[in-house]
Ligand binder design. Structure first.
Ligand SMILES: *[C@@H]1O[C@H](CO)[C@@H](O)[C@H](O)[C@H]1NC(C)=O
Ligand SMILES: CC(=O)N[C@H]1CO[C@H](CO)[C@@H](O)[C@@H]1O
Length: 267
């Protein structure tokens, strides 16, 4: 298992997989899959595809799969790529004002993992957190979603000024979530191995987390079509989306994020 292969599985650009390379833990990947003969890898993926086809005998599933394929193909990865660079990943400008609570949509539940193996269901809202739990429900949560390594830097352009301005408040939380859609990395022991070498944060308020598996339904609900850019959401304590931004933050957008977050703290 080379860093390059791991990078390809993660659909990371080469520069990012080069970052994975120095990880001393990588040789452990050999032991994790060490019992497999190289030929067996092919056989396993064949078997898996066979089971996937088998599942699709169900008519309903076939229809869903067809609709999905149409959706996925209409995304036009290649046209998007140059576009993203030209406009800093802006699908639309960020909201200038807080979205009214009555008009706000709920953020769908996602399960995330931290590099220490901890698991958490987001958003931390009064709907999700047990009433007897000691978990503090933040008044404002900044959730930055990345589907590719290239958009992790976009997330940081929002989370860094957010934490610099608001970190004194225990009422705000920041999660930078990377989505790992590779089925191989979503299974143990690959998942645990991935978490061990995954990027974590030395700054406890900047929570870097990973979500594994298929996220088609989540993306559909949040209208996330282009996976090359970053999606930034500001949620209130009920888990509603009160503000949204895309790509790299501009100075004006950061100030609208900060003023909206300040309003949420007073709500
Ligand atoms: C907030 O931004 C989203 C995404 O660009 C947009 O669809 C929505 O209309 C905006 N809402 C307000 C109140 O600005
Ligand atoms: C997770 C949970 O049980 N939340 C409940 C806490 O209490 C409020 C109000 O009593 C309920 O609305 C939540 O569903």
């Amino acid at each position: 298992m080379t860093a390059k292969l791991l990078g390809r599985l993660l659909q990371l650009p080469t520069a990012a997989s080069a970052l994975l390379a120095p990880a001393k833990i990588l040789p452990a990947a050999y032991t994790a899959v060490g019992s497999l003969h190289p030929d067996q890898h092919g056989r396993i993926s064949f078997r898996r595809h066979f089971f996937d086809l088998h599942k699709m005998v169900d008519k309903e599933a076939i229809k869903r799969e067809k609709d999905r394929l149409k959706d996925e193909l209409s995304r036009g990865y290649f046209a998007d790529f140059s576009e993203i660079h030209k406009n800093s990943g802006k699908i639309a400008p960020a909201n200038k004002t807080l979205i009214a609570s009555m008009a706000a949509a709920m953020f769908p539940d996602i399960v995330v993992y931290f590099s220490d193996g901890r698991r958490l269901k987001l958003p931390l809202s009064d709907q999700n957190v047990n009433n007897h739990s000691t978990e503090i429900i933040p008044s404002a949560t900044l959730l930055c979603l990345s589907f590719r390594a290239s958009s992790q830097r976009m997330a940081e352009s929002w989370s860094a000024p957010f934490l610099e301005t608001l970190d004194a408040s225990t009422n705000v939380q920041v999660y930078e979530v990377s989505f790992i859609e590779s089925w191989l990395l979503s299974l143990n022991p690959m998942k645990n191995l991935f978490l061990k070498i995954a990027r974590s944060s030395s700054y406890p308020l900047r929570r870097i987390a990973y979500s594994f598996g298929d996220h088609y339904d989540l993306r559909k609900e949040l209208q996330i079509l282009n996976l090359l850019t970053g999606y930034i959401f500001l949620l209130d304590r009920h888990g509603r989306i009160r503000w949204q931004g895309f790509g790299f933050a501009t100075t004006e957008e950061v100030s609208s994020l900060l003023s909206c977050a300040t309003l949420l703290l007073e709500e």
